[in-house]
Ligand binder design. Structure first.
Ligand SMILES: CC(=O)SCCNC(=O)CCNC(=O)[C@H](O)C(C)(C)COP(=O)(O)OP(=O)(O)OC[C@H]1O[C@@H](n2cnc3c(N)ncnc32)[C@H](O)[C@@H]1OP(=O)(O)O
Length: 426
């Protein structure tokens, strides 16, 4: 299905001198107290050749916008693929619900195809928006609020780390953060298996925006700090954090929020959490965007005190089905015919035979045979990173088993030993 813009609207390729127009539109879509003049001084993360505006015949400025980040090495189970990270999607309230987003999504998916990106991924502002365009919720992340001094189980070797606590600074920490972050994604916790969804900040624009730390977005918190744990002089983990203290009659009740908490093995993770949970004057430590299998979930002696909650992390859209399915690895042998519906990209629809050996190469070809399992491309996107099982989707009536046993076998194969997650919002 290809939807064009409604009458009176047209697409326009944007360039860097459209920054103010883009920010003007963006602050209509996402209310923001800072004036555009101030926002325009910040480094923009946009890759301009991938930013497209919508203009209206009867209005000045932009009516809509969308862009994407070029993730050339986006981790999928056991491999990396080029992925378009959809972002900066917005429609001016004056022009909403006229089909602008729908037309932008069709353009985005067509451009992914042209660029040879078999997948698109995103963080959703509202979870009800993207399912209709074939995106499935592919990963969750964990939110916890850990009381200061919460007891952690011991891990041999954790004490062998030295700790540096410093102002976070790109010149000083940029390479270290990049290296440790990338290594942690390629070999999660030293398991030899990668973490799907663990996107890295691949462009210089994303790097510049990540390290910028404007005072007006700190909400009373300190500037960004970093703790680095090292073993034998080598960085083995880091976490960025900010503290805020509240003085109450009963004493100080501060909270520390963390950005990324990244460690290369169990001992480094234990050392890092030991620091983060023992910051003076803090009552709680509140990490953001942890994978649901982060070691903190099992290190805590009393995990219930951390009040764990899960929320959606990345969403995935399968754009080129055979390339996407053959481009990942599976954690069990599989030989299954999938009957897929896709109302937006019709050449994904139909029967596909997927064959793979556990952790080995996969093939995916058109099949004449009747499907063993039937599902929509949205459910395939949800299952793609191994974080949402086919069986749970079947239990909800979204995947249908036609051949007895196919669901259990394919369900096992589509999983992955490491939970998918992205450690930053793009
Ligand atoms: C990856 C990212 O960047 S996420 C950021 C998304 N942006 C925002 O949330 C900013 C605020 N919101 C907006 O800018 C706009 O409302 C948008 C972009 C979400 C939607 O744009 P619109 O042009 O109004 O969408 P459009 O008219 O194409 O609607 C398509 C369909 O999606 C539905 N839809 C649109 N927005 C929402 C929503 N927030 N929740 C649920 N359904 C929605 C519409 O009802 C419509 O359904 P229908 O086809 O059954 O009638």
């Amino acid at each position: 299905m290809t939807t064009s813009l409604p009458d009176g609207y047209r697409f326009r390729q944007l360039a860097s001198d459209d920054l103010r127009a883009l920010l003007e539109l963006d602050t209509w879509a996402f209310p923001e107290s800072q004036p555009v003049d101030e926002l325009a001084k910040l480094p923009s993360p946009i890759t301009w050749e991938r930013a497209v505006g919508v203009e209206a015949d009867d209005a000045d400025g932009l009516a809509g916008v969308h862009a994407s980040y070029p993730f050339s090495r986006f981790p999928v189970p056991g491999a990396e693929l080029p992925v378009a990270g959809l972002t900066w999607v917005g429609v001016h309230p004056q022009h909403r619900r006229r089909g602008l987003l729908t037309a932008m999504m069709d353009l985005h998916l067509a451009r992914c195809r042209e660029r040879g990106e078999p997948l698109s991924a995103l963080f959703a502002a509202e979870t009800a928006i993207y399912g209709r365009f074939g995106y499935g919720k592919a990963a969750d992340d964990l939110r916890v609020q850990v009381p200061r001094g919460a007891e952690l189980r011991d891990v041999p070797g954790a004490d062998a780390h030295t700790v540096r606590i410093e102002h976070a600074d790109r010149a000083r920490h940029g390479d270290l953060v990049d290296r440790v972050h990338r290594a942690a994604g390629a070999d999660a916790g030293g398991t030899g298996v990668n973490r799907p969804g663990w996107a890295t900040r691949e462009t210089s624009e994303l790097q510049a925006a990540f390290w910028d730390d404007p005072a007006f977005w700190r909400e009373g918190r300190e500037s960004r700090r970093i703790v680095v744990v090292e073993r034998a002089g080598e960085p083995r983990g880091y976490a960025t954090f900010r503290r805020k203290v509240e003085w109450q009659v009963s004493g100080p009740r501060g909270s520390a929020t963390t950005g990324e908490v990244v460690a290369l093995d169990a001992a480094a993770s234990r050392a890092l959490w030991g620091v983060l949970l023992d910051l003076d004057l803090m009552a709680t430590t509140e990490p953001m965007l942890l994978p649901v299998d982060d070691p903190i979930t099992t290190l805590l002696v009393d995990p219930r005190t951390a009040g764990p909650k899960v929320t959606d992390n990345v969403w995935v859209r399968v754009v080129d089905l055979p390339a996407a399915l053959a481009g990942r690895r599976y954690q069990a042998d599989v030989d299954v015919v999938l009957g897929v519906t896709d109302h937006r990209l019709s050449d994904n629809a139909g029967a596909w035979r997927l064959r793979a050996a556990a952790f080995g190469e996969a093939t995916c070809e058109r099949a004449d045979a009747a499907p063993d399992l039937e599902l929509d491309v949205r459910e395939l996107g949800a299952a793609y990173l191994g974080g949402t099982s086919l069986t749970s989707q079947a239990a909800a009536g979204l995947v249908t088993e036609r051949t007895p046993g196919a669901l259990a076998h394919a369900g096992a194969a589509f999983g992955w030993p490491v939970a998918p997650a992205c450690s930053w919002v793009f």
